[in-house]
Design a protein around this ligand. Structure first.
Ligand SMILES: [Zn+2]
Length: 80
């Protein structure tokens, strides 16, 4: 099942469950998608909010010894 956020031509948003995207297409083609607020049949998928800001930043490499600079600044670099 897929939950789509739908939007009518009057900018009402509502959610509807579909078996799959083909089910959505079939119901849209049959004009059986109706806005529950105004009865508008000019209904389409709402633009989903883009996934901004969730791209995973490269994780900082964990310092391999206790110094803030990591092993490069450690007096014992190369020895442990
Ligand atoms: Zn509406």
């Amino acid at each position: 099942m897929i939950l789509y956020t739908l939007r009518c031509s009057h900018d009402h948003h509502f959610e509807e469950w579909f078996s799959n995207s083909a089910d959505y297409d079939a119901k849209k083609d049959a004009a059986s998608l109706v806005c529950p607020e105004c009865g508008d049949k000019d209904v389409g998928k709402a633009i989903m909010a883009p996934n901004v800001g969730k791209s995973s930043a490269a994780p900082m490499p964990a310092p391999s010894c206790g110094t803030p600079m990591g092993c490069g600044g450690c007096p014992m670099a190369g020895q442990h």
